[in-house]
Design a protein. Sequence first.
Length: 461
Amino acid sequence: MMVARGPGAVGCAHCTNIGADLACRICGHLICDGCAADWTTCSEPSGRAFRLGTSARLRDVDPSGHLGLVSHWIAPLRLFDMRRLRWVDAVELPRSVWLTNRPHPPRLTSDGYLLYADFAQVTSDSAATFIGIRRRNLRDGGSALIETDPAEHGTAVTAMHDVYSFVTQTQKIALIRHQAAIATMFEPLPRKVIHAGFVDAERMLLVAGSWCELTIHRIVADTLDRVDPLAVFHSLPIAARLGSLTPPAAVKPATRGSPDSAGAPGSLGASTGFGDSSASGTSSTSGASSAFDAPSAFGADLRSTAGTLELAARITPKAVGDVTWVALAGGWLVAAVTVGSGATSIEIRRVDEIAGGRLSVGPVVHTHAGHGLRAASLSRDGRFLAFALDRELVVHEIGTQNQDSFDEHTDRINLVRFVGPDHMLVSADNDNRVVMRPRTPGGYAVPLVEVEITDDEGVPL
Ligand SMILES: [Zn+2]
Ligand SMILES: [Zn+2]
């Protein structure tokens, strides 16, 4: 048992290391610098509520729950350390990155990268031209440009493994694996408009939602799991690096059902946009494209490829309308169906693995109905669903009748996210208020401690 023996010899109340000289704002005990840097080290079950300042809005939180991306009305994009509760110094991104990405917001990965759609020089008299997805290292500013079809909506990074995905204007789902320089394009619902997509990177499942339809596919080949992009790039002949890279022979076009229906390798060109003249015409402009001066590691020489899918389940929602949000985690599938002017029906179903790689999807076991759904999240273990109806935050323990409703947000909620190995629930509203709730044995109904955020005393990334 450690005994305090005066200044410098006090044991930290959180981790018991010697050298505690700061008072915890929750339990009041003395704690060390390390524990003061992460408010979640306190075992008192309580959350944090704070304001980021006038016009600031939290736009994204990385899957580990460490960094937040914040936009301002006029100022550049900034980063906020969600565990130290301080601004990150010396990392700023042009506001144009936010403005050009509103329909498909930039996303943070857990290891300090930001991915966003990049455009050729935006001028007042011409429309922006999409040139690819830029992955920026927030620490050193270096970046790579990854060619894909233009982004439309639904950007996301998976809870595990940092897989970035979004819905393209060509109604495919593009997937960029962590650190890969190639995007893989999937077509889970050919000839349909894709309203929602979701990637489960632990089981490599792809969920897609359209009008009155929902599919779950197994990702059986996405070319990236066996490619070290940098090694491939440097081993390519010069001609390939300059843009005439031919697709790997093993890659098959996206298919909806059995692998048997995949076309011959020769049909790849037509189905993936290889050789698309508009794409190749713009890829060479990447160097001059963005507001950044940092060099691009690749000049978008590596083209996206088509991935192969295997249908695991096809579901018809109970409600009639567009499936506008989907998530799959643990044994649960959650789908939000827009049923008319602002009204949403959220359907929860049980999902089980069955023989032959198929999934058995059960009937709807729980339905939430409401207006003004703006944001939703399913925890990585599938245990909790959180969603925002205007300024109300609802948290449901799936499979039970346990449900909490929180009303501390003072404006419409724009972000709801479970993050980190501790399943922290983050919510943010249009009035720059952010609330973080730790998971407790009793769920997320915890007292909140108000924290003042100052603009000085920033921390390094
Ligand atoms: Zn400590
Ligand atoms: Zn404490």
